[in-house]
Design a protein around this ligand. Structure first.
Ligand SMILES: Cc1ncc(C[n+]2csc(CCOP(=O)(O)OP(=O)(O)O)c2C)c(N)n1
Length: 532
């Protein structure tokens, strides 16, 4: 006899999903009984942290990732993190426990009364299995759904008395054995026409998005830019969870501004805008203006039909980004265009006490290890980070494309678990730490050697900047006096130090990154926004 539990874990095993991120409750314990020795359970102390860690892990490992949450309240706690995972296109297979079937209709305590509806708009597929013996098939369907483009989170609710039920062996074996692949190729005609448009344009430009990195198109994007002498911009920082082009490359021009009018102003003079692996565009704040500069056309390559459909302007090719770029590359020759202008080196920040956010990022850039991975949640210094550090290797930058805080600290732990041999540095504001503060526990308990650099400016700096922009005066709640992150992290078992000044910051970062344990460095920075 094969139980639902045995068949389900065999299915997870065959899909390579042997790491489970979770926070258990009484309704999840039956799933976890006799937890197999070849699986690893990573405990998060709150569900937003559980999903954030899984999000980082799935992106940095490139694999669908298993999550287990505690029925309705656990899913509720996780909702903001699932919103981020959706924006990040992270393939999470999220399971949650449920009351026993006999007690659901009477709505006994902990019944999730409408489990499939709860996370509905945030996931690709949301389901509660009608028959216990179909649980393995539903989990298989969920895994394929999460992994097919556009990747994203899915949700399956499983009543707690399902796990010991006997499955129909033949059906379960089919579910376990199925392989579904889904890198869809563009039709040859649209690739030919796209290649011709790039070649024939007078002054084309490439806008690089996160799916270049996620789909493995990094080298093709570089080759296309070099062969066609394309200047390259990164999509606006708030919408870009990953970097799609080396930011120290001579063709790289910078990060596009995120609002409509300034974005199209930045691209003035170009007659063809080729957007690769991104939505067009994740604008914010609303500054109306022309969607495209005078005389410009836009074409996007995306694996996401929804991204293609919702773009307010331009054409789109829906297909795998890496495959499509490869084919475009095959069909374009060496261009005679002039090489794009070189971007100036980063600005030298002015001296101040405490140091500026720009100065902190300059120090970081000066000692940034070649193979390091950045996880960024430092709203007032993200632009300074991008300008100073100029990440130039694939798989080396993660950011919450959805804009929900709590991603940074949690996902940095997940990224470090997925990439144990590369240093992971989470650069984070002291306000942002609090949305996922219990991720410190997982880092300490599992000895995850992540480095957390906390910028302490005693305020919600970016919100003060937004208040000026929105002409809002007198808004309460924008100051964070006396929030002592080093002390808090210490309480979770993280070795922490507080520094002031460039020399001490550099020394502390070097020690923290070299350490085999999680470490926190808190540096005082001046209030304000740091754009360069
Ligand atoms: C879940 C969530 N809640 C609230 C916000 C709104 N928000 C955006 S930035 C920010 C302030 C972050 O403060 P801190 O990390 O100290 O960064 P700073 O702006 O000072 O650089 C807040 C509250 C958000 N983005 N996500």
């Amino acid at each position: 006899m094969t139980s639902v539990r045995e068949a389900s874990f065999e299915l997870f095993r065959r899909a390579g999903m042997t790491t489970m991120f979770g926070n258990p409750g009484s309704t999840e314990l039956p799933m976890l009984r006799d937890f197999p020795g070849d699986f690893r359970y990573v405990l998060g102390l709150q569900e937003a942290v559980v999903v954030g860690m899984a999000d980082g892990y799935s992106q940095a490992s490139g694999s669908p990732t298993l999550v287990n949450l505690h029925t309705a309240p656990g899913v509720g706690n996780a909702m903001g993190a699932i919103f981020n995972a959706q924006a990040n296109h992270s393939p999470l297979v999220i399971t949650a426990g449920q009351q026993v079937r006999a007690a659901m209709t009477m709505q006994a305590n902990l019944t999730n009364r409408d489990a499939a509806r709860m996370p509905h708009p945030l996931v690709k597929w949301s389901y509660e299995v009608p028959r216990a013996q179909d649980v393995p098939a539903a989990l298989g369907r969920a895994t394929h759904m999460a992994s097919l483009p556009p990747k994203g989170p899915v949700f399956v609710s499983v009543p707690m008395d399902d796990w010991d039920v006997e499955v129909d062996d033949a059906a379960a074996q089919h579910a376990i054995a199925r392989r579904v692949s889904g890198r869809a190729a563009a039709d040859p005609e649209s690739v030919r026409s796209l290649a011709a448009r790039v070649e024939e344009a007078k002054n084309p430009v490439l806008v690089a998005g996160p799916d270049i990195d996620a789909s493995g198109a990094w080298d093709s994007a570089i080759a296309l830019a070099e062969r066609q002498r394309l200047p390259v911009w990164a999509i606006p920082a708030p919408g870009g969870g990953r970097i799609g082009f080396p930011e120290s490359h001579p063709n790289f021009q910078g990060v596009l501004p995120p609002a409509i009018a300034p974005l199209s102003q930045t691209l003035e003079g170009h007659d063809l805008i080729l957007v690769v692996g991104a939505s067009v565009f994740s604008y914010y704040p609303y500054i109306p203006g022309p969607l495209l500069p005078e005389g410009a056309e836009l074409v996007a390559i995306t694996s996401d039909p929804d991204e293609a459909a919702r773009a307010p302007m331009g054409d789109a090719v829906v297909a795998d980004v890496a495959e499509t770029l490869k084919w475009v590359l095959h069909q374009v020759g060496e261009s005679e265009r002039e090489a794009p202008p070189e971007r100036p080196p980063p600005d030298e920040p002015e001296d101040s006490d405490p140091m500026s956010g720009t100065e902190a990022m300059r120090v970081l850039a000066g000692m940034w290890p070649d193979d390091a991975i950045a996880v960024i949640e430092t709203p007032s210094s993200t632009a300074a980070f991008r300008n100073q550090v100029r990440i130039s290797r694939p798989g080396s930058y993660y950011f919450a494309a959805g804009g929900g805080l709590g991603y940074g600290l949690a996902s940095a732990v997940g990224v470090q678990i997925a990439q144990p041999d590369r240093p992971v540095v989470c650069v984070i504001g002291e306000g942002s730490v609090q949305y996922a503060v219990s991720a410190f526990y997982t880092a300490a308990a599992y000895e995850v050697p992540v480095t957390v650099l906390v910028l302490r400016n005693s305020e919600y700096a970016i919100l003060k900047w937004f208040a000026t922009f929105e002409q809002v005066e007198g808004a309460p709640g924008l100051d964070l006096p006396k929030l002592d992150t080093a002390e808090i992290a210490d309480g979770y078992g993280i070795s922490s130090r507080r520094v002031e000044g460039a020399a001490d910051l550099e020394a502390a970062l070097r020690e923290a990154i070299a350490s085999p344990r999680p470490e926190l460095v808190e540096v005082g920075v001046a209030p304000g926004m740091w754009l360069m």
